[in-house]
Write a protein that binds this ligand. Structure first.
Ligand code: C2E
Ligand code: CA
Ligand code: CA
Length: 520
């Protein structure tokens, strides 16, 4: 479930990330265009002032009336120029278009331009806050000319509207601020990429640059609608993803295969034990392990409802493995010192397609309280074994380890007698179908007699299955059958009941471990 939620959160994170990236990119593009516009305006205005100075230069000799008149005319026709003056070699203003001269001004270091005749500097009027740019034209045949351009003329008039809180534009000469547009009281931003988006553009013609900045906090307002739509969209996607995840989980939790796999992992497949009795002595000789699915609510599911699924899906292998381990844990101790008490497991035809079952049995039982010589494996005759020669080889190798092999449900399959003879097993289990028919059908008795004859010749043990009455027990005993299983003795029992039965029926054996198992 947690995994599902995590997966469902992915679209939210992706949408959030994409929105943020989009907002940042689009804000930066706007800043760039603003900076480019501001820089070109400054360049165009400085360029036009340079052209005006060059134009009027031949007509201005010094501070004579004619020259002053020419300067006045030029200053009034050129928009950015506030003042044109004649300077001395040290840069002091001798006279201006206004007629005066000698006003005290602080001038920043003068910087040469690419056009070597010109120098540019920042001029501050002592008692005023506003600043101007001064362009100075050095002339071969006369004193230098200077033009003052108020800083405000170098930035767009429309700036004020663009500069609400958290935004700023600065025009800078070298490192000194010429002019800044920013909200009143705002000390300006500094490019701190965590809090601010900034663009810094340098002019190629003049030593000036434009720095435009905007605090990230102001972005949210501009892009609120977009963010809202994006977030609603991602919320919808998330809800859909969660709904699909829930549907998927529900479908999975209804899937019997998923449930069964989970049941094995949770240890819900438990062994029941049906006792096998020596009908000559009445002694307990072992049990057959029959699987039960004990659901968490305590209900028991019979193997008919899950063994076919287990076989089809291949889960029969981990299920058998888990069952064997559980048997060791639950009843293993009662088998110590009782070598005559066997425990039989049902195997599936698929267990004989390769020899891995041999290693598996060794790994489970070699160091367990149940010895390999106490193990019986039942192979049903109902389903044909895929490769008889391989099965025979595997059976032979199991027998060398001391394990016994029985054919289950004998008489019901298609193998026939030759099948039994070929496999070389130790025991045959005569199916309940023939036992049921003992008193009613003569041919059933004939089949039992034939099987007993075959078993005697081939030196195989016989177990009668599904024995429900004492008449059947009597008949089987008369015919020389030694072992039987069935409700007449006991149904499949939970481990605790089976342990109690072992104690009751085989109480002296554990105390005398050496006791012979001849009765079995
Ligand atoms: P089976 O191996 O022939 O097991 C004998 C079945 O007959 C058991 O049914 C048992 O409860 C039932 N039974 C025993 N005595 C009597 C009786 O006197 N009267 C009647 N009416 N029934 C009796 P169960 O436990 O329901 O098992 C059914 C089948 O499921 C088994 O038939 C076996 O083929 C399969 N099975 C059970 N556990 C496993 C397992 O761990 N692995 C595999 N591969 N198959 C299993
Ligand atoms: Ca069986
Ligand atoms: Ca059987």
């Amino acid at each position: 479930m947690l995994g599902g939620i995590a997966v469902a959160c992915v679209p939210v994170l992706l949408v959030e990330y994409s929105l943020n990236t989009y907002v940042e990119r689009s804000a930066r593009a706007k800043l760039e265009s603003l900076a480019r516009g501001a820089l070109s305006l400054a360049e165009v205005r400085l360029g036009s002032v340079m052209a005006s100075l060059v134009d009027l230069s031949p007509a201005v000799d010094g501070c004579d009336q004619r020259s002053l008149e020419v300067m006045r005319k030029s200053a009034s026709t050129s928009l950015p120029i506030k003042e044109i003056g004649v300077l001395d070699e040290g840069g002091t203003t001798l006279c201006t278009n206004f007629g005066d001269g000698g006003e005290t001004r602080a001038v920043s270091r003068e910087m040469p331009l690419a056009d070597r005749r010109f120098e540019i500097s920042l001029v501050r009027f002592r008692d005023r806050a506003d600043r101007s740019i001064r362009l100075r034209l050095d002339r071969k045949n006369g004193k230098p000319l200077g033009a003052l351009i108020p800083a405000d003329f170098l930035v767009p008039d429309t700036l004020d509207g663009d500069f609400q809180e958290g935004r700023s534009l600065r025009l800078v000469l070298n490192n000194a601020e010429i002019v800044a547009a920013r909200p009143v009281g705002d000390e300006g931003l500094s490019i701190d990429s965590a809090r601010t988006i900034g663009v810094h553009l340098k002019s190629e013609r003049f030593p000036i640059s434009v720095v435009v900045e905007r605090s990230r906090a102001t972005l949210a307002g501009d892009y609120r609608d977009l963010m809202t739509v994006g977030r609603i969209g991602s919320a919808l996607i998330t809800i859909l993803a969660l709904a699909f995840a829930a549907l998927y989980l529900r479908r999975n939790s209804n899937d019997p295969l998923v449930q069964f796999r989970q049941a094995i992992a949770n240890g819900e497949i438990v062994p029941f034990f049906q006792p096998t009795i020596d009908i000559r002595s009445g002694k307990l000789v072992g049990s057959e392990v029959l699987a039960r699915w004990r659901r968490p609510d305590g209900t028991m599911v019979s193997p008919a409802q899950f063994i076919p699924l287990a076989e089809r899906s291949g889960l029969i292998y981990p299920m058998t493995h888990a069952l064997m381990k559980k048997v060791c844990l639950e009843v293993g101790a009662a088998h110590v010192g009782r070598p005559h008490i066997k425990v039989a497991f049902n195997l599936y035809a698929g267990h004989f397609v390769n020899d891995s079952i041999i290693g598996e049995l060794q790994s489970i039982f070699t160091k367990s309280p149940i010895a390999l010589s106490q193990i019986v494996l039942e192979v049903t005759e109902r389903e044909p074994l895929p490769d008889l020669d391989l099965a025979r080889d595997i059976i032979g190798r199991l027998q060398k380890l001391g394990i016994q092999v029985a054919i289950d449900d004998v008489g019901t399959g298609h193998g026939g007698l030759s099948y039994l003879m070929k496999l070389g097993v130790d025991t045959i289990k005569i199916d309940k179908m023939f036992i049921d028919a003992i008193s009613t059908e003569r041919h059933s008795q004939t089949i039992i007699e034939t099987l007993l004859e075959l078993a005697r010749t081939m030196n195989m043990e016989v177990i009668a299955e599904g024995v429900e009455s004492f008449d059947q027990v009597e008949y089987l005993r008369r015919k020389g059958v030694h072992q039987a299983q069935g409700y007449v003795f006991a149904p499949p029992l939970p481990a605790s009941s089976y342990l109690a039965l072992i104690e009751a029926m085989d109480s002296d054996a554990a105390a005398q471990p050496g006791k012979s198992s001849a009765a079995a």
